[in-house]
Design a protein around this ligand. Structure first.
Ligand code: HEC
Length: 250
């Protein structure tokens, strides 16, 4: 074979290769010589790799693709600032004594009495004339689904679990008025005494919603708005226009 033949064979093969690599389908990249260099093998949690581009991967089909998120990660709830701040990890730690009794898997523990410190925590979910109805409606539903079997629909501590004798020692909310919102949250979140932790059952926004609900069970006027006063109770609400407050005091 002489040089000319080699050159013409090379030219022909390169031309054939180039022409073949094009495709008339505008959505197709054509012939791919090294697909794993531009197709990322990265595992994406919500992608089902059981079927890729018409090809079936029997080994990975029907496997769990979404992985359990690590402890302490923040769920994504849109871009609403208040919504996001309610979902940040709870700053208060569980007491070391809770570790075995209340299933504190993955929680940070401390010997400090954070329950007492939680007395200073305010409910970050503020009631306004616009949102109170929705908050109490949701709070009632959450309470009926998660708490009333022990605490009773009226919060008097006489739920069906108490009445049929399978549980004891549930307090009447009327006797818990001294507890601050922050302490209610702490006890619901980590549990207390014979009550288990609810941190894995309901989220923080839901717990703060239930805290409002407990307050309205304790005081039927709690969170009631009318046209003259912004709220019938002494609860301070962030969104009260300043003028209204000043008028009230004069
Ligand atoms: C399995 C029964 C049971 C369930 C379910 C339950 N509780 Fe309790 N709860 C108790 C008992 C028992 C106590 C008394 C704990 C103690 O003081 O030792 C208690 C105490 C409380 C207290 C007082 C905490 C404190 O700091 O003194 C609050 C507030 C409370 N529960 C709210 C709730 C809410 C809200 C729910 C639903 C999300 C709920 N509980 C679900 C049994 C239960």
């Amino acid at each position: 074979m002489n040089l000319r033949n080699i050159t013409s064979i090379a030219i022909v093969s390169i031309t054939v290769l180039l022409l073949n690599s094009c495709s008339s389908d505008p959505n197709s990249p054509g012939l791919e010589y090294m697909p794993d260099m531009y197709r990322s093998p990265a595992i994406e949690p919500y992608v089902d790799y059981g079927e890729i581009r018409g090809r079936e991967n029997k080994e990975v089909k029907m496997l769990l693709s979404a992985k359990t998120p690590p402890m302490g990660t923040i769920p994504y709830y849109g871009t609403d600032e208040q919504e996001v701040s309610l979902m940040l990890p709870y700053a208060r730690k569980a007491n070391t004594s809770f570790e075995l009794s209340h299933g504190m898997f993955g929680a940070e523990l401390t010997d400090v009495d954070e329950y007492t410190l939680a007395a200073a925590d305010m409910n970050p979910l503020k009631l306004t004339a616009d949102n109170s109805e929705a908050i109490f409606a949701e709070g009632k539903e959450l309470f009926m689904n998660n708490c009333s079997h022990c605490h009773g629909a009226k919060g008097d501590g006489n739920g069906p679990m108490m009445e049929n004798g399978s549980f004891a020692g549930v307090p009447d909310y009327a006797n818990l008025k001294e507890l601050s919102d922050g302490q209610l949250f702490y006890s619901i979140y980590y549990g207390k005494g014979a009550m288990g932790a609810h941190r894995s059952i309901i989220n923080k926004k839901e717990i703060w919603t239930i805290v409002h609900q407990i307050r309205s069970i304790q005081n039927p006027d709690y969170g009631k708005f009318d046209s003259t006063t912004t709220m019938a109770t002494e609860v301070i609400v962030d969104s009260i226009p300043v003028e209204v407050e000043i008028e009230e005091h004069h």
